[in-house]
Design a protein around this ligand. Structure first.
Ligand SMILES: Cc1ncc(COP(=O)(O)O)c(C=O)c1O
Length: 394
């Protein structure tokens, strides 16, 4: 007899397919880079978070190989039992120095870093003030903590102040914001949020997944971008985007980092980052310490693409970073646009409801230092052609 739960789930899957919400997952047949191969075709890749082109960089590949030669492939244990190697310790020290933070601890992913941090800092009876557009991993971390969650309007200091004033019963308080918002590419006003945190004595946490390796001097992140060293208690980051590998980090207060090594559940109960990952991440930090060239190229590429799209008459929303949305409105138009781009050799994702509000569907252009100027020219030509064809631009 069929299990009734399985029948229900099958019906849910059917519903997703019928409503056009089913996630058809593309399979990449090449290394992650400025170009990728899909179905045997070479495509210009504007989908990845590989901001600096490190995912397939020869130095990163060589470092990962050395990591395997020295330590093997798997950690074999969680960090607190036997999973901490000298590579993990070195990476954490290097990241703390690079980011000018008191201390740093790494996790298996940015998602795991949020799930570790939020419930370790607050619990029942405490209050979290959370930007309404915060990432899913923050939302899940908040839920796990069982603290009261008060959402404030996106990037609104006034609404944050209002929410704080309206919340009179609490134990501990924590403000959490994304640093760069991944669907719009706008930056949180962290300097003003830090003023609010200082004024009310509230803990402050930023998730800088899309700012790590992108914002600040030589990619040191959002705290460096605003010169807020020592004023942001927790800076979550990821090693899976600009650093091109996989992993997460928490930099900031020494006390909090120490606490996370004692009470961060993914640190205690899920196996450590692998040796090749940790070794490649060490190399990535080293490369950013040696040169700002990749970060500069990323920003120059993003500027070329944003300005080019705007000149053609596209609406690029609130983008202030290498994430450039091309606002199209209806999900069907965004999907058709992305499909035509793909047919013309440009891979850029359509994003619609529920990831973004109804009527705000877009094609999201993720820029990278891995693109050459010829790549950018070719991509802009294709956008111009498809924009005219679908009546988006004149
Ligand atoms: C704001 C934010 N936080 C966390 C994550 C998760 O990072 P990771 O892929 O390292 O788990 C993402 C990834 O999309 C993100 O955008």
């Amino acid at each position: 007899m069929q299990n009734s739960a399985l029948i229900e789930i099958e019906q849910e899957l059917e519903r997703l397919r019928a409503e056009g919400l089913y996630n058809n997952i593309r399979t990449i047949e090449s290394p992650m880079d400025g170009h990728v191969q899909i179905h045997g075709r070479d495509l210009l890749n504007f989908c990845a978070n590989n901001y600096l082109g490190l995912a397939n960089h020869p130095r990163m590949r060589a470092a990962a190989q050395r990591g395997i030669d020295a330590y093997g492939v798997g950690p074999g244990a969680v960090r607190s039992i036997a999973g901490t190697t000298t590579l993990h310790v070195e990476l954490e020290q290097k990241l703390a120095t690079f980011k000018n933070a008191e201390a740093c601890v790494t996790f298996q992913s940015g998602f795991a870093a949020n799930l570790a941090t939020i419930p370790a800092l607050v619990g029942p009876g405490d209050v979290i003030f959370s930007d309404e557009l915060n990432h899913a991993s923050i939302i899940d971390g908040c839920r796990l903590s069982r603290a009261t969650v008060v959402r404030y309007a996106h990037n609104s200091i006034d609404d944050l102040e209002r929410a704080i004033a309206a919340t009179t019963a609490y134990g501990r308080r924590l403000i959490i914001t994304d640093g760069v918002f991944s669907m719009d590419g706008d930056i949180a006003p962290l300097d003003r949020i830090a003023d609010v945190s200082d004024a009310h004595g509230i803990l402050l946490m930023v998730d800088d997944a899309h700012g790590e390796g992108v914002l600040g001097r030589g990619g040191r992140g959002i705290v460096d971008h605003f010169g807020l060293h020592g004023r942001v208690h927790v800076e979550v980051g990821t090693l899976s985007k600009a650093f091109g590998v996989v992993g997460g980090l928490v930099a900031g207060s020494r006390v909090i980092v120490e606490w996370l090594r004692q009470r961060g559940r993914p640190f205690l109960f899920s196996s450590a980052m692998t040796a090749p990952d940790a070794a490649a991440c060490i190399e990535g930090v080293q490369m950013l310490e040696e040169s700002t060239e990749l970060v500069e190229r990323l920003w120059a590429n993003a500027q070329t693409v944003r300005a080019g799209l705007q000149q053609m008459g596209f609406d690029t929303g609130h983008s202030a970073t290498p994430i450039v949305p091309v606002m199209l409105g209806e999900a069907t138009l965004a999907q058709a646009f992305s499909r035509r781009l793909f047919e013309e050799g440009v891979f850029a994702m359509a994003i619609g409801y529920p990831t973004v509000p109804m009527g705000k569907a877009r094609v999201r252009v993720m820029n990278s230092a891995a693109h050459s100027s010829e790549d950018l020219e070719r991509a802009l030509d294709v956008f111009a052609q498809v924009g005219r064809e679908l009546g988006v631009t004149g």
